[in-house]
Ligand binder design. Structure first.
Ligand SMILES: [Zn+2]
Length: 524
């Protein structure tokens, strides 16, 4: 998330907050409950087109939605169930299947008009097996580690090899090491990750090392964890759900530094890596798709989405359980406010995100014929940090409409949009289809040290912060779906190609090995 820069809060925010508080106090008194008993009116006939002049505006409805988001709600209980009861839920696992079924029921309770699952195929099923690294020379010491996601298994009996330090694993590092890399376990250094730039930097570094290491004939990769305190985590080895090119493990930072000190002192280190990962064949996964129908243009829709899958070292609380629970509760808050926006809102919990946004890729492919009907895609996938604004997916021209839609939620101070574009989450394939997309810019909070890690658990989530996110996300979705005009036009392939070049996404896609899929018309 290189383009994400922390926003300017200062005087602007203060002015915004005081006027909004006065506004909110005023509206509290009037908190409408449009529609008898909080029930939404009857489902409008599809494509009715008739406009009801009395339709309440988003500004009318917003206080009710915000109050329901911030107030007592099933959000915390839902998140606790998703994390503490179901737990970490890797796509293709029994836990993920449980989470899908749970989400369908949770959406039903939220009052949506429709909820169903949509299947898609993932090339390879993967689950982690026992992992160990035994230091054979100089003398044994314990090493904590975790397999990379979709890493191949090591041969029976493990992989015994010298450990060779390749620094950050740049081309210069591989040139320096030369033939010593052949048949070795490569120790790769990392920078401690504290910012969004660091997070994307680590992905960029991973793409480079996994491209160079097989060429150098390396036997495996020992990736120094970019977090301290023996925290281990998963990184995905491919962006297409295929098995990675060579065995790789993330080694606890302190243990990797201990190996490095021996090597630095000129002492040879020899080790045996065991990654008894289970690799299975092609399988079906599901996205969960829920909808509140629009009152006048029900066939046009805005997507509010978050991924439901997670890694399983922890329980996937910050990444991305809190936002999956948030999207479900946003549907409840909008339903409970008792009115419908102009267009429909689809609440989608994608799976396969950690494997390379495979669920959203599949959705974009399966709904290709509807792409003109998708008014915009809003994705939350950065934990519970304060939302500072939206990343506009390389489309600064949509910002005026975004700002207009968000006006009723000014109290949250999410007024700093950025016009960069990343391939880090589920907006990506919609962006490639020329559909306007927004990704919430959030302050890192506890995300950097915990995402994908053993420590990503329920206790790390600030529920009140997620409720504020929910209020903002619900107003964003409702506001955009209720705008008289569309958020922005659907770009042509040539315009998207230019956007990819301009935003640097083209380089990222080349580094990640998916540019050829785009060029070949295979992605999305
Ligand atoms: Zn995520």
């Amino acid at each position: 998330m290189g383009s994400r820069r922390l926003l300017r809060m200062g005087a602007l925010a203060v002015a915004l907050v005081s006027s909004a508080m006065m506004l909110a106090a005023q509206q509290q008194k009037q908190l409408p409950n449009i529609g008898a008993a909080g029930q939404l009116g009857p489902k409008p006939p599809v494509g009715s087109g008739g406009c009801s002049v009395t339709a309440p505006t988003c500004a009318d409805v917003a206080p009710g939605i915000i109050q329901r988001a911030l107030g007592a709600s099933p959000l915390e209980g839902n998140l606790r169930h998703l994390t503490d009861v179901i737990g970490g839920r890797v796509t293709g696992s029994a836990a993920e299947e449980q989470a899908v079924n749970w989400a369908v029921e949770a959406f039903k309770k939220a009052g949506v008009d429709d909820v169903h699952t949509e299947s898609y195929t993932i090339p390879v099923r993967w689950s982690a097996g026992p992992a160990s690294l035994t230091i054979l020379a100089p003398e044994g010491f314990p090493v904590r580690l975790a397999s990379a996601g979709w890493s191949p298994a090591t041969p029976a009996g493990g992989l015994t090899a010298p450990v060779v330090d390749v620094g950050m694993g740049t081309e210069a590092d591989f040139a320096r090491v030369g033939a010593r890399a052949h048949g070795a376990l490569l120790l790769v250094h990392t920078k401690i990750s504290t910012t969004w730039d660091d997070l994307f930097g680590e992905y960029g570094q991973l793409a480079q090392v996994t491209a160079l290491a097989p060429k150098a004939g390396a036997a495996g990769i020992l990736w120094m964890a970019s977090r301290p305190y023996l925290i281990t985590y998963r990184l995905m080895l491919s962006m297409t759900g295929e098995v990675g090119p060579l065995p790789m493990a993330i080694v606890a930072r302190e243990d990797a530094l201990r190996m490095e000190q021996f090597l630095h002192a000129g002492t040879a280190v020899r080790a045996r890596l065991v990654l008894a990962n289970k690799i299975g064949g092609t399988f079906e996964a599901q996205n969960v798709v829920a909808e509140i129908k629009g009152r006048e243009k029900p066939d046009e829709y805005v997507i509010l989405g978050a991924h439901l899958d997670s890694w399983e070292l922890g329980t996937g609380a910050l990444d991305n359980g809190c936002n999956a629970a948030m999207v479900i509760d946003a549907a409840r808050a909008i339903h409970a406010a008792g009115t419908r926006p102009l267009r429909s809102i689809r609440f989608i919990l994608f799976t396969g995100e950690e494997q390379g946004m495979l669920g959203s890729w599949a959705y974009a492919r399966a709904h290709w014929a509807e792409m003109d009907k998708i008014d915009g895609v809003i994705i939350y996938d950065s934990g519970d940090g304060k939302v500072t604004g939206y990343e506009l997916g390389g489309r600064p021209e949509i910002e005026p409409a975004v700002r207009k839609a968000l006006a009723p939620a000014a109290q949250f101070g999410a007024d700093h949009d950025t016009d960069g574009a990343e391939m880090g989450t589920d907006n990506f394939d919609f962006l490639l289809e020329g559909v306007p997309s927004l990704v919430a810019n959030q302050e890192p909070a506890g995300y950097m040290i915990n995402y994908h890690a053993i420590s990503d658990t329920f206790d790390k989530v600030d529920i009140a912060a997620v409720k504020r996110e929910e209020a903002l996300a619900a107003i964003t979705a409702y506001g955009i779906a209720d705008l008289p005009e569309r958020l922005g036009k659907r770009q042509s392939r040539a315009e998207v190609q230019e956007l990819l070049r301009k935003t640097g996404l083209e380089e990222q896609m080349k580094a990640e090995g998916i540019w050829s899929l785009w060029e070949g018309g295979k992605r999305p």
